[in-house]
Ligand binder design. Sequence first.
Ligand SMILES: [Zn+2]
Length: 279
Amino acid sequence: MSKYIDIAVNLIGSALEKNIDEIIQDAAAQGVSPLIVIGSELDESEQAITCCQQYPQQLFCTAGVHPHHASEWQADSSERVKRLAAFPQVVAIGECGLDYNRDFSPRPMQRKAFEAQLALAVELQMPVLMHERDAHEDFLAILKEYRPALPAALLHCFTGNRQSMQAYLELDLHLGITGWVCDERRGQELAELVTGIPDNRILIETDSPYLLPRSMRPKPKSSKNKPQYLPYISAYIADLRGQNHQEFAQRVYENSVDFFGLNKREDFSLERGEPHEAS
Ligand SMILES: [Zn+2]
């Protein structure tokens, strides 16, 4: 059985939170483990750490402030993210970035919170997990300043166009692809673009409970996306890229392990999934 890591799961404060045991078990049964839990504001990041502590090796998380919450960014926020990032469960700074699509926070505050978290990732030499929606130019301008000093940078849920993809690849970003790509209406451009992402820069994610892949048949009864659907997304993307399902899954798994530094951890074994191989 192929192994997968879901690099973006909105487990805390979402529709998934009530059934964490079940979510983890159902995912693991499909070879999806560990899950990277997104911290999208400070209290939530703290809860994510507590949750990860209850499921060692099965859950890791990020710590940061999503652009939707950038208006909550305060003078001591950097210090708080830094304290949270010191927990061994935290594998990246974020989710941070810019969202000019919904503008839930004023843009100057979004830029401020984004810059502060990039600076922190540089200081701590940690990978950063980023979000960008309809903010390509400002995002690129800010990121360019910090990128040379960042160890690794991921733009999760990439949904941009060819030009933005090329600019991001030139900055040596990893690009996270969701089930958005399975959407026969709005995912068409992305379906073409995923063929152009280098093998060592592509990651896959559900971004659950959002973005249920629209092409799944039979259609799941609930519109809630779950980490257990990641193998479907993986196979779908592999087909678009003309790659063997298992080889693609293996490559992306290794990319995820490398990106989050899981191979350097004592509590993570690459061989963990092996016993399943025989069954
Ligand atoms: Zn996001």
